[in-house]
Design a protein around this ligand. Structure first.
Ligand code: ZN
Length: 206
């Protein structure tokens, strides 16, 4: 089976150079992506493919349920590199409807590592418990929680010293919240884009 993957890779690389002979040579020289994607690890949400971007055009960090917790050194390191070194112009937090991580956060609370990882989603659910209690359809309920989780993570990113320092120094940087639908392949902007302190005040009251 892995032989097939290697074969696929040979075919892909060949096709790339057939269309653009300098493609890989340019990539070796540098990467200068304008976009940083924070998404879910779910195999049905492939970052580059969804927005039709080539290697070199999208910087990517993925974890279960697209979280951006302020104590996670992995995510913060990637964010810092994206903002300070690559100077990306846009950060997209991209959740997706039907996220197993979001559902597991509510339905299977144990004491394993994944339950600990997913605890920020329980906090999101708690702080929106009244709105969520009104949604009786099971799918709609969790889909709304997927949206609320994305919005909470946009807020987290916008509160990091990394982003605040960029804004203070006048570096153009906008944080966006998107939710992807596995059912139709479309992304929905959640309308919480923040590009400066005024935006953050207006959108998040903070
Ligand atoms: Zn997911």
């Amino acid at each position: 089976m892995l032989d097939q993957l290697i074969e696929n890779n040979r075919h892909w690389a060949h096709k790339k150079t057939e269309i653009d002979p300098e493609f890989f040579k340019r990539l070796v020289a540098q990467q200068s992506p304008e976009y940083f994607w924070i998404g879910c690890s779910d195999s049905r949400v492939p970052a580059n493919e969804i927005v039709n971007l080539d290697p070199g055009e999208l910087f990517v960090h993925r974890n279960v349920a697209n979280l951006a917790p302020s104590q996670d050194a992995n995510y913060l390191s990637v964010l810092q590199y994206a903002v300070q070194v690559l100077k990306v112009k846009h950060v997209m937090v991209v959740g997706h409807y039907g996220c197993g991580g979001v559902r597991a956060a509510i339905e299977s609370q144990g004491d394993s590592l994944i339950d600990h990882w997913l605890s920020p989603i329980r906090e999101v659910a708690h702080s929106h418990q009244h709105e969520l209690a009104e949604i009786h359809d099971d799918t709609e309920h969790f889909d709304r929680l997927c949206e609320l989780n994305v919005i909470a993570q946009v807020r987290n990113v916008a509160l990091t010293p990394i982003v605040q320092n960029a804004w203070r120094s006048g570096q153009p940087l906008t944080i966006h919240g998107w939710v992807y639908s596995i059912a139709n392949g479309l992304v929905t902007d959640q309308g919480v884009s923040v590009a400066n302190f005024d935006d953050r005040q207006r959108v998040f009251d903070i």
